[in-house]
Design a protein around this ligand. Structure first.
Ligand SMILES: Cc1cc2nc3c(=O)[nH]c(=O)nc-3n(C[C@H](O)[C@H](O)[C@H](O)COP(=O)(O)O)c2cc1C
Length: 223
C-alpha cells in the first residue's frame, strides 16, 4: 500500500454528505483550488463538459430566496429525468440512508410533516454559505452527464481534503428552468446537480451518522 493510496482512501472515507454548515465564507482562492482539482476528472475526448456556477456572499441568499419562490410556484422539471424505480438492493439502500437521517434528527417514521420540514432544508442549502450549480453541455448528452458525475465526485473529495463539508443535491436541480433564468445560463447547459458546501458544523444531529456501503462481493464481479 503506497502513501498516496492511503491518503486517497482517507479522503474517500472522510467524505460524507454534510447537512449542517457554519456560515463563514470560503476564501475565493480555495473555491478556485477546488474547481481546478475537480477539473482533473477524466472526460470522453477530454471534452470537459462541466462548469460550476458558484454563489458567494449575498448571491447565496438571493438564489435561496428565488428557489424558495420557485418551490411554491413551479412543478419540478429536472433536465435529467428522475429514476423510475429503485429495484431490489438499490431500494433497500435508499430506504436505509433515509431512515438513518430521520433517526439521527429524531423524526418518527410516520411523521410526514417533520420529514417534509427536513427535506425543505435542501432549499436552504443546509445553512451553507456557497452553492455550486453543476451544469454540462447538452449536446454531449448522457456522456457529458457521465463525465460531469466524475467532476462532482472530485469536487466533493477536493472539498473534503481541504477540511470542507459538501453535499450533492439533485433536489435543487429539479428547478432547472428557474436556475437557468436566475443565473442567465443558456438552454444549451444541462443543470445536473447542485453542491452546497462550506465549513461543516459537526455537532447538529444531521451530521452525526454515516451511510454504509455494499460488501465487495456485491460490487465486484471477477471473471
Ligand atoms: C447526484 C446526487 C444527488 C443527491 N441529491 C441529494 C439531495 O437532493 N438531498 C440530500 O439530502 N442528499 C442528496 N444526495 C446525497 C446522497 O443521499 C448521499 O450521497 C448518499 O446517501 C451516500 O451518503 P454519503 O454521501 O454521506 O456517503 C445526493 C447525492 C448524489 C451523488
Amino acid at each position: 500500500m503506497t502513501d498516496d493510496f492511503t491518503s486517497l482512501r482517507k479522503t474517500l472515507e472522510a467524505r460524507y454528505s454534510c447537512r449542517a454548515f457554519r456560515p463563514d465564507p470560503v476564501p475565493d482562492e480555495t473555491l478556485q483550488q477546488i474547481v481546478m482539482a475537480a477539473g482533473r476528472a477524466p472526460s470522453w475526448c477530454n471534452a470537459q463538459p462541466w462548469k460550476a456556477t458558484i454563489t458567494r456572499g449575498g448571491e447565496t441568499a438571493r438564489f435561496r430566496d428565488a428557489l424558495l419562490a420557485a418551490l411554491e410556484r413551479d412543478k419540478p422539471a429536472p433536465d435529467l429525468p428522475w429514476p423510475e424505480s429503485y429495484p431490489g438492493a438499490h431500494g433497500a439502500r435508499r430506504l436505509e440512508c433515509g431512515l438513518q437521517l430521520y433517526e439521527a434528527v429524531g423524526i418518527a417514521r410516520n411523521d410526514r410533516a417533520a420529514r417534509t420540514e427536513q427535506s425543505l432544508q435542501n432549499y436552504h442549502f443546509f445553512g451553507a454559505p456557497h452553492i455550486a450549480i453543476i451544469h454540462s453541455e447538452a449536446a454531449l448528452g448522457s456522456y457529458g452527464a457521465m463525465d460531469t458525475g466524475g467532476f462532482i465526485t472530485a469536487f466533493t473529495l477536493a472539498a473534503t481534503a481541504l477540511g470542507l463539508g459538501s453535499i450533492a443535491q439533485a433536489s435543487v436541480a429539479a428547478y432547472a428552468p428557474m436556475i437557468r433564468t436566475h443565473f442567465d445560463l443558456p438552454e444549451s447547459r444541462l443543470i445536473l446537480c447542485a453542491i452546497s458546501f462550506g465549513w461543516p458544523d459537526p455537532d447538529p444531529p444531521a451530521n452525526t451518522f454515516r451511510t454504509t456501503r455494499a460488501d465487495l462481493s456485491e460490487i465486484y464481479d471477477p471473471r
